[in-house]
Design a protein. Structure first.
Ligand code: NI
Ligand code: MN
Length: 224
């Protein structure tokens, strides 16, 4: 499975049988690292409705006949735009063929840019090619992360930007609860208010937990 960080919270997962993009806020970044034409998702997974996560969902879904997988509210919004969608909610899992998706709680808010209700914010565990990958979405630290880590996590994508989500200190505690093999920090350095030192966070993770940590530059990927 190839994981590529597209900047902010946007992540591309390419498995043997399926390609997913999570929270595809790409073209709205100050320096987008990929053009939308480089992405060919079968599934677009959304953690919540905020504009810095919904991002390029509409254009990407139309160009690829991709299915938007998210909360009932976000899937409904996608459906009203004429996009293929599949509604789920926290705690529910479904096998999509080539990957299994389970949504988890997240402590945040969720509204569309026009202010309309976007359902509950969520995180997501994706099983793909025998690997378990957790994308926390936007969230505060919460102790039930321990439950999300049960069964083992090969990679955890955790926000460290602070201000809107966990900062580095709380993300470090999240690593202790989740016990993943690898941590990839997300949701930082996109805007001045969420500037963080990813390498300093990675050193802390390596010193204080049993996990490895790989801060990826936007556009950079890794094979798992
Ligand atoms: Ni948000
Ligand atoms: Mn956000």
């Amino acid at each position: 499975m190839n994981l590529r960080y597209l900047g902010h919270s946007a992540v591309q997962l390419v498995g043997d049988a399926v390609e997913l993009v999570i929270d595809p806020f790409v073209s709205g970044q100050a320096e987008p690292v990929v053009s939308l034409e480089e992405l060919a998702p079968d599934l677009i997974v959304l953690s919540h409705a905020h504009g810095d996560h919904w991002g390029d969902t509409e254009e990407l879904a139309r160009a690829n006949d991709a299915t938007v997988v998210s909360s009932a509210e976000i899937a409904g919004h996608a459906g009203a735009l004429g996009l293929a969608s599949h509604a789920m909610n926290t705690g529910g899992a479904r096998d999509f063929g080539g990957c299994k998706i389970k949504f988890t709680p997240a402590f945040h808010s969720s509204s569309f840019p026009d202010g309309s209700y976007g359902g509950m914010p969520m995180g997501v565990v994706i099983e793909i090619d025998g690997l378990r990958c957790y994308h926390a979405g936007d969230t505060a630290l919460f102790s039930d992360m321990r439950l999300i880590g049960r069964g083992g996590l090969d990679v955890a994508l955790l926000p460290i930007g602070d201000n809107f989500t966990m900062g580095p200190e709380d993300a470090l505690e999240a690593v202790e609860l989740l016990q993943p093999k690898l941590v990839v920090p997300i949701h930082y350095n996109t805007f001045p208010v969420i500037e963080q030192d990813g390498e300093a966070f990675a050193r802390q993770v390596r010193e204080r937990t049993s996990a490895d940590c790989r801060p990826l530059r936007p556009g950079e990927g890794l094979s798992l």
